[in-house]
Design a protein around this ligand. Structure first.
Ligand code: SF4
Length: 497
């Protein structure tokens, strides 16, 4: 059995994605983390077989770019040789500090594993689309609030007990709350929801479930046996009237019924751009950054991010080597394009942080590069019309003081908008006319004005300069932008060409 057949269940290694700079593979270690030695080995494989660029996505997946069909096979074999077990099946994601954060409400790992097993036993993996996912969030210092998912389970305290708040279709802010129940019921609701999605086809998500289906999930009983999980089909009608609400759910004020309250062959994915810089659902609310120091029981975790989610593999090798020398025991991938280095003393954190800054990593949550979402653009992506990352670097260097947390700047190589599917205060989007500006919209919107791509950073600099001059005391950049209005902002962008 070769590496690819062993990995047949893993879409990342068995079906690399075609991008503008070759094939891309995405890896998620089963254990959530890697030894520093494994990350060094992966970096060396990326240098040998790819174009030397490595990425960490907004969801915390590791990506290696610039592969060919042949080199992707060699990479997969080396991943095996490194002993890295990669995730397969429907993603059931947990927080990057799961199980080691003294502030978490509950360790989400056991429940996540039970859900993985239940999904497999229900035969759902092959029936669900590749982007269907579940989040199990134990709370604590680094939550999964910003990560969108089809089903979300979040630990909550209820008296002396731990219950799980179940919601669907979104991030923590936008998902529809269904019920607050014990772990057994949470697992059953999650699997029932996925089964309903599977009945609708591989393109479906929980956002496609009807109000009646959501209501039936909200009323799910913790003691319902698996044999009575609803078998919902659009062709056979929806689920029959809801079962009684769980006794546990009745105790919990938030437990309302939704609607009333809330192979041997290497398959190559078609050219669809890629999502290395993708953010989640357009959510712009700022949550705790994964960058910085986190207190654990007897040590620290140090969060370090990749600017726009990517850096040369050699930089990761150098940082992981330094981490090894400083005693790091594990490196976990974190949502927000970050790496968390575990097992470090306070002194080691200071030293590694300094090394990371020198190597070009993001070491401060206020780094202006964290305020900018930029896809790979040209030349990395064949669909790109502008050099997104170069524009982003110029803007971040010119106006670091003006990119406050209220303002989202999205730089997209084309209208696909991979880096930030939702609305941003300012979006630069490449098309046949150059770099278009969209104010308070998405990359798919009609730009209000254009500049040549090579000169786009100057147009943004003019807007930011106007914001600095016209901001009222205490006014955020985003509020000032809204007050100026889209037409004025577009005029600022167009002038002085
Ligand atoms: S937005 Fe366009 S240019 Fe950017 S990565 Fe996606 S497809 Fe490529």
């Amino acid at each position: 059995m070769n590496a690819f057949s062993r990995r047949g269940a893993c879409p990342a290694l068995s079906a690399p994605m075609q991008t503008g700079d070759g094939l891309l593979v995405r890896l998620n270690p089963v254990a959530g983390g890697l030894s520093p030695k494994s990350l060094i080995g992966l970096g060396e494989s990326a240098l040998r077989h790819g174009n030397g660029i490595m990425e960490v996505t907004a969801r915390g997946s590791l990506q290696i770019r610039g592969l060919t069909a042949g080199s992707a096979r060699l990479l997969a074999a080396e991943v095996d040789a490194l002993g890295i077990a990669v995730r397969s099946g429907v993603p059931v994601e947990i927080g990057p500090l799961a199980g080691i954060d003294p502030q978490e409400i509950a360790d989400p790992r056991p429940l996540a594993e039970r859900i993985r097993v239940a999904i497999e036993e229900a035969g759902l993996t092959a029936r669900l689309g590749p982007k269907v996912s579940v989040v199990v969030d134990g709370g604590g210092q680094l939550t999964m609030d910003a990560v969108t998912a089809d089903v979300r389970l979040k630990a909550v305290r209820a008296g002396g007990d731990t219950l799980w708040s179940v919601s669907v279709a979104g991030d923590a802010r936008s998902a529809k709350q269904l019920a607050t129940v014990d772990a057994d019921a949470a697992r059953d609701i999650a699997v029932a929801a996925l089964r309903m999605v599977a009945e609708k086809g591989r393109e479906a998500h929980t956002r496609d479930l009807t109000e009646r289906q959501l209501a039936s999930l909200a009323g799910w009983r913790s003691f319902a046996p698996p044999s009575v999980l609803p078998d919902i089909s659009p062709t056979r009608g929806e689920i029959e009237p809801s079962p009684p609400v769980s006794p546990i759910a009745k105790l919990e004020p938030s437990s309302k019924v939704a609607g009333r309250a809330p192979s041997a062959e290497l398959p190559i994915s078609p050219l669809v751009g890629e999502m290395s810089g993708r953010t989640e659902g357009g959510a712009v609310e700022r949550r705790r950054s994964p960058v910085g120091l986190f207190d654990l029981s007897n040590s620290h975790a140090l969060g370090i991010a990749l600017p726009y989610g990517s850096l040369p593999a050699q930089n990761l090798i150098d940082l992981a080597t330094q981490a090894t020398n400083l005693g790091a025991t594990e490196i976990r991938l974190a949502p927000g394009r970050a790496l968390l280095f575990l097992g470090l003393s306070t002194y080691a954190c200071v030293s590694l942080d300094a090394s990371a800054a020198t190597l070009g990593f993001v070491t401060s949550p206020t780094d202006p590069r964290t305020r900018i979402a930029a896809c790979p653009g040209t030349p990395a992506c064949a669909s790109g019309r502008i050099a997104t990352r170069a524009i982003a670097e110029t803007i971040a260097a010119q106006r670091p003081d003006l990119l406050d947390s209220s303002l989202t700047l999205h730089i997209s190589g084309c209208a696909k908008g991979c880096a930030h599917p939702g609305t941003a205060a300012l979006t630069l989007v490449g098309d046949e006319n150059g770099a278009g500006l969209v104010v308070d919209g998405t990359a798919k919107a009609l730009p209000a004005g254009y500049r040549p791509g090579y000169d786009a950073a100057r147009g943004i600099a003019d807007i930011l300069a106007a914001l600095r001059a016209q901001r009222h005391p205490g006014e955020t950049a985003a509020a000032c932008l809204a007050r100026l209005g889209a037409a004025s902002v577009a005029e600022l962008y167009r002038r002085n060409q």
